[in-house]
Write a protein that binds this ligand. Structure first.
Ligand SMILES: [Zn+2]
Length: 387
């Protein structure tokens, strides 16, 4: 129609936590209260009211209940990536509580050099038995593609492996106690309260950690067969009951201050952070194992939800008083949109071209976040425009 001016496309307006930098369209379930403070910040606040001495006593009793009386078996199993939280967990269990754990790693392939050095250091300094499982590289390449196409998550295989292999090994070795690290949905998003003492269950695994998908959903995708996914099968209810496997989160028993823990692990055991800056976040202490974890994997999170790991890191550091909110907002502005340099390597690894990748990625853009403007560019609301 002549004479009318097309309205400019504006993205949906997003609500952000008034205390940290989480948006309402968060990957982990999050709600805001009447003050505009998110559930993750409120749960973090609870830490000041928890009787940590009583929790520590509970943990000591737990260790005593499960410790092998005659040393004929492992006392517990710890799923470990070789990261800072793994070091902290092993440190507590072996040095403070005198437990003999079996360590289990789901190896993601594409290890970084610093990640491998930390895994070797973990073996050297703690002297524990260590199971390091790696699936067939051919199957992993297919799963990278399948995860991207089905869920917009090339790293889906890692969620599947981390949440199956250690529990399979627990059943195989008759180990009843599995010590998980942080409960991410609780500690970051505030899905539960510290009062709930949430434990690891098969239901939590599928509904939250695997977002409703399981290994069988990938049979027939990208040529994957059941035989490629045996490692991703969770033990049956009968197997879990026979061994009486119980999974607890260590963050329910000890105040979780990652910055403090990381520094202690560096000083005590020589844990290494990433020697060079990452493309997509300022933090150098997290997700060091896989070349693509802080790269293309995290970039897909940004494409889907409109924010990436720098937002998670800024929220963590704001809550712990390391950053102000304004500093957090600036870091989000600096890093969240960056297209990572490892994308070329990843495309080569899985055999996909850039256009195909972009087309698949665009299918997963959350309509609560993204809209295409009059030039065809994807645009979204930004936190720095809100202040
Ligand atoms: Zn918040």
């Amino acid at each position: 129609m002549t004479g009318t001016i097309e309205p400019r496309v504006t993205p949906p307006r997003m609500e952000y936590c008034t205390r940290c930098v989480y948006p309402a369209a968060s990957a982990a379930a999050i709600v805001f209260d009447e003050e505009g403070v998110c559930s993750g910040c409120r749960t973090h606040e609870e830490q000041a009211t928890v009787d940590w001495a009583a929790r520590e006593e509970m943990f000591r009793d737990l260790c005593d209940d499960y410790r092998s009386p005659d040393g004929s078996n492992y006392d517990c199993l710890i799923p470990v990536s070789g990261g800072k939280d793994s070091f902290y967990q092993i440190h507590l269990l072996t040095q403070v509580y005198g437990m003999n754990p079996l360590l289990v790693t789901y190896g993601e392939n594409n290890h970084t050099e610093v990640g491998m050095r930390n895994i070797q250091r973990m073996r050297d300094v703690f002297g524990c038995d260590h199971y390091h499982f790696t699936a067939s590289v051919e199957a992993l390449k297919k799963l990278n593609r399948a995860g991207l196409k089905k869920m917009g998550d090339p790293d889906m295989h890692a969620h599947m492996g981390i949440n199956a292999v250690p529990v399979q090994i627990a059943v195989k070795f008759n180990i009843s106690l599995v010590i998980w690290g942080e409960h991410g949905f609780m500690n970051m998003g505030g899905m539960h309260s510290y009062k709930d003492m949430v434990e690891y269950t098969a239901k939590y695994r599928v509904e939250h950690l695997l977002r409703g998908y399981d290994w069988f959903d990938f049979v027939g995708v990208e040529g994957l067969e059941e035989k490629d996914l045996l490692w991703a099968k969770y033990p049956t209810d009968d197997e879990i009951e026979r061994v009486d496997v119980r999974g607890v989160f260590i963050s329910n028993f000890f105040g979780w201050n990652q910055a403090e823990h990381t520094q202690t692990m560096i000083d005590t055991y020589g844990f290494e952070t990433n020697p060079i800056p990452f493309d997509r976040t300022y933090a150098r202490d997290s997700n060091l194992n896989n070349i693509h974890d802080n790269g293309v994997h995290d970039y897909m999170k940004y494409v889907k939800f409109g924010y990436g790991r720098v937002t998670d890191h800024a929220c963590r550091d704001i809550r712990n008083g390391i950053l102000t909110r304004a500093e957090g907002v600036e870091l989000v502005r600096q890093f969240d949109h960056v297209v990572p340099g490892d994308i070329t390597r990843w495309l080569d690894y899985v055999g996909m071209n850039r256009n195909a990748f972009e087309a698949i990625a665009d299918e997963f853009r959350d309509p609560r976040v993204w809209v295409q403007n009059e030039y065809g560019d994807w645009i979204k609301d930004n936190i720095w425009d809100h202040n």
